[in-house]
Design a protein around this ligand. Sequence first.
Ligand SMILES: [Fe+2]
Length: 284
Amino acid sequence: MTTAVQLKTRELKPGFGAEILDVDLARAEPDTLAGVVDTFHRHGAILLRGQEMSPKQLVDFVALFGEPEDHTQKQFTLPGHPKVFVLSNREADGKPIGAHNDGVGWHTDYSYKAQPVMCTMLYAVEVPDEGSDTLLADGCAAWNALSPERQKELDGLRLHHSYQHFMATREFGRQELSDELKRDNPDVEHPLIRTHPADGRKALWPSTGTVTEVVGMENPKGLELVDELVEFMTSEPFVFRHKWQVGDILMWDNRCTLHTGTLYDDTKYFRTMHRLWAKGDAPY
Ligand SMILES: [Fe+2]
């Protein structure tokens, strides 16, 4: 059996996330990798800089966290690597090689699925000199900052999520779903307050884009509540802003965070990232 070694880390933000130092993932021993996985489950997010990883190495690495998940928009996966999704503004033969401006707006990945992805990994292949930061919001810190009375009011509420609604209304890449995508992505309900399976810690877990209502609450009251909670959770005290360098691997735990991309000047810069997901459980 592999035992996790204690790694050298520093917090991304007080009380949230860990940058793991002095680890070369492509050459790391199993006990070091077990330490990386362990650090991830405890801190909500991890960062490793200066990595050189082939698509296959990325898939093998994410598989340490859980079974690699497929991607909904299959036209943007890396040829020959269906688990590796490309985010890019580059084109090849007149066609985009990846999704552009994907993930702008606070959300949690795959929130429209019965079993949303547990973790998201981004690997920076090329990055702009400015813009395109990724922001992570700490749902546990936001939950802990609420008064016991407020926590009691919110605990037990459920949100209705819809992929169809999200794709019909989002700012970038709006699309009418094919019958196949509609069939594969029926609406789901998830708790507003999510419990982390590793240690039972609770997190505020709203989202934007896919949420159509708070179950049992009239709109606009329900959506106003969701907006208010997203605004609270994504306010400065709970947010880590990541500025990308080539070779960065940033992974976050979708069970206790929200995230958003930010825009960049795509007339001036190219940005290419590889995104991978590990499967998750039904939220409770
Ligand atoms: Fe995302």
